[in-house]
Design a protein around this ligand. Structure first.
Ligand code: ZN
Length: 94
């Protein structure tokens, strides 16, 4: 993803003026927004994985960050990076 964004960034520098002249194609701006959104999502996911690994190393993986009770295995299967039990997640509006 980083490479795609870097490519787009390079294209953008030289082709911004063309953006409005190609009504048939996806505009660079649209492509740019899509790529950066994907990159943001990927970064968030990597951050969640890092956090989960840190909790694992600290012996706190699968423990609710709010109430301190264990997060049910079924929930961890569905959401491996969950930081709250279902009750606390619902309270937090997540
Ligand atoms: Zn909880």
């Amino acid at each position: 993803m980083d490479e795609a964004v870097a490519d787009l960034r390079a294209d953008r520098g030289s082709a911004v003026a063309d953006d409005e002249h190609d009504p048939e194609g996806v505009t660079l701006s649209g492509e740019w927004a899509r790529a950066t959104a994907l990159q943001d999502a990927a970064r968030r996911e990597i951050g969640e994985i890092d956090d989960a690994l840190q909790r694992w190393e600290a012996g706190a993986y699968g423990v609710c960050g709010d109430c301190g009770r264990g997060i049910p295995v079924a929930r961890l299967r569905a959401r491996p990076f969950a930081t709250r039990c279902i009750a606390c997640a619902e309270k937090a509006g997540a």
